[in-house]
Design a protein around this ligand. Sequence first.
Ligand code: ACO
Length: 330
Amino acid sequence: MTASRDIACRVRGFGAYTPVDVLTNFDLEKFVETTDEWITTRTGIKQRHRLAEGQNASDAATEAARLALADAGMEPGEITHVINATCTPDYLCPNTACLVEAKLGIMGAMAFDFNAACSGYVYGLSMARAIVAAQPDARVLLTATEALTRRLNWADRTTCVLFGDGAGASVITADGEGALLEDVLCASDGNLGGLLTIGGGTHTPYAKGDPVGEDFFVQMNGRDVFKHAVRNMAAISQDVLARNGLTTDDVALLIPHQANLRIIEAVGDRLGVPAERVFVNLHEFGNTSAASVPLAIADARAKGVLRPGMRVLLATFGGGFTWGAALLHF
Ligand code: ACO
């Protein structure tokens, strides 16, 4: 249990961005051996958004950040830290947070990326809380952005139908108005990392001119990921509730990682949260990895599903494996 739990931590602004280009299941039918019926019944996904040529994860993050800053009533120059979650950065170096910082016209803030795959935003809340605990005047911009469609093997129907691009952002401070971060809990199991991989790192020593192999793209053992996702998202949600003396009866809305409707339903069942208290928008966006939870928060607010006074439980799971849960009181 960390000391930073005792420090007030406010999530003051939320923003989300998805690219204009939409790829429906029917669009996919034209070049992937699949059907709208298969994708809909197995995953719940109907469409996903795709970054335009020349548009990158940093651009999506910058758009989301602008909206989050406006929502918080803050200027970019007030930000002291930019922390960015992604597993599909623009480059291995420079980091995407520095690119976002430059695009926002911020100078001198501490800026770095971290990779917790789909758990990135919840991991980011944990880091932001630690930063404001150590430095109470910190103004942390947390972005979570993905360009997953750039790392899909369109010849692999078991993965390419699942993912989309997008970004979400929040501003976190120790003071001010905003959702209270009541608690956040993160976990991992590196022994299972091989079940969900995206290449492009230095593990494969490519020489100039070499064609990329299948390892360059998203590769996943879907069935195993499914089982671990359900088990761990439910367990860590129960843990974060229990250590705060709460049950799911105290939660107005569950916002889970938007990977697969069947995973979401199974997590809701295990936690005993009825479907009307579980937010789902994956039919519109597919799995946007780190961006999925902040995108869902912004969407739930915009749709009036998430309202002031509500306690929200966030639950997530991703490659690594990583997983986490957080309690936000709006
Ligand atoms: N279109 C048509 N048929 C397909 C497709 C497709 N897109 N993909 C697979 N199939 C076929 C398979 O080839 C297989 O055919 P076969 O029986 O002739 O061999 C059949 O459908 C069943 O395949 P399964 O893999 O068993 O299908 P399953 O019901 O397990 O669903 C899925 C696959 C959707 C990937 C599921 O396992 C899943 O959602 N897993 C979790 C994935 C996930 O959420 N990952 C992300 C979490 S972590 C993160 O976000 C990074």
